[in-house]
Design a protein around this ligand. Structure first.
Ligand code: CP
Ligand code: NVA
Length: 304
């Protein structure tokens, strides 16, 4: 049994399979063909933080597969009243076939997975957001081809999403340029070392964006850090993806954002709503790639 708790849980070869499979599942869905390998199967989803895309993509994907997705907010369950995560995992995993968890510390999902009888998927933690970057790379490949050898410029916070881009840089052999204010530099948590071929930190967004193939960003205050919002708004004021920042990147560069976005804060409306933006495909592809992921965790490699 496999879990998907961080991006480096899968090899490049596995991602290449998943991308091929997601492409096939997407084409099949667009052609109106029913594909229901999971009739009678249940995906349990535990949310300790808010969500639009993650909930809808998993729920719609599981329905398309003929199965059911059960939405649980921790505040409405006994988890919100202090039931130990180990007990919650032991109980839920006896009744469902696969679980997705969105929570705070990575250690919480790791404890859940250790006690689970079924595969567990990370739907975002404070540290990582692997499903997001799987969808992002699939989307880049759809638009521009292989990501290997390319440069991703991240302008903004060293958070769960950028930390996942970093793991992906090593696996797919591309470079992450990260520009953030002083005091917000990336801390590597996975024990890996990242050489200059894969990772460079900057404080100047224009330098980080130079010759980039992807320019991307995220909110300056992630969920769970709301108390820091005012300070962060001030500290990140010069870390916005503007048209001027986009001009530093390659002419065919794309703009990506995991969403939700704050126009005028981390990105200007002209960029996110402009011709280089691929954010809507990026959001939709969460569903197609996660369907490939669910199928892989439950059935392994599928030929048809
Ligand atoms: N990008 C993303 O995970 O969005 P939600 O918070 O809406 O799920
Ligand atoms: N970094 C953001 C991503 C939201 C999808 C957060 O954790 O709130």
């Amino acid at each position: 049994m496999r879990h998907y708790l961080q991006f480096k849980d899968f090899t490049r070869d596995e991602y290449e399979y998943l991308f091929e499979r997601a492409k096939k599942l997407k084409a099949r869905l667009k052609a109106g063909q029913l594909y229901q390998p999971f009739v009678g199967r249940v995906l349990g989803m535990i949310f300790e933080k808010s969500s639009t895309r993650t909930r809808v993509s998993f729920e719609a994907g599981m329905a398309q597969f003929g199965g059911h997705a059960m939405f649980m907010q921790s505040k409405d369950t006994q988890l919100g009243r202090g039931e130990p995560i180990e007990d919650v995992s032991k109980v839920i995993s006896r009744m469902v076939d696969i679980v997705m968890v969105r929570t705070f510390e990575q250690s919480i999902i790791e404890r859940f997975a250790e006690n689970s009888q079924v595969p567990v998927i990370n739907g975002l933690t404070n540290e990582y957001h692997p499903c997001q970057i799987m969808a992002d790379i699939f989307t880049y490949i759809e638009h521009r081809g292989p990501i290997t050898g390319k440069t991703v410029a991240w302008i903004g916070d060293s958070n769960n999403v950028s930390r996942t881009w970093l793991q992906a840089a090593k696996i797919f052999d591309f470079k992450l340029n990260l520009a953030c204010p002083r005091g917000y530099e990336m801390t590597v948590l996975d024990g890996e070392t990242y050489g200059k071929d894969h990772f460079e930190q900057f404080h100047d967004p224009y330098t980080a964006a130079r010759n980039a193939d992807i320019v991307t960003t995220d909110v300056s205050t992630s969920m769970g850090y709301e108390r820091e919002t005012l300070q962060r708004k001030k500290d990140f004021i010069n870390y916005k993806v503007s048209e001027k920042v986009m001009l530093q990147a390659k002419a065919d560069a794309v703009f990506m954002h995991c969403l939700p976005a704050h126009r005028g804060e981390e990105v200007d409306p002209e960029v996110i709503d402009g011709a280089q933006s691929i954010v809507w495909d990026e959001a939709e592809n969460r569903m197609h790639t996660q369907k490939a992921l669910i199928e892989y965790l439950l059935l392994g490699r599928v030929e048809d």
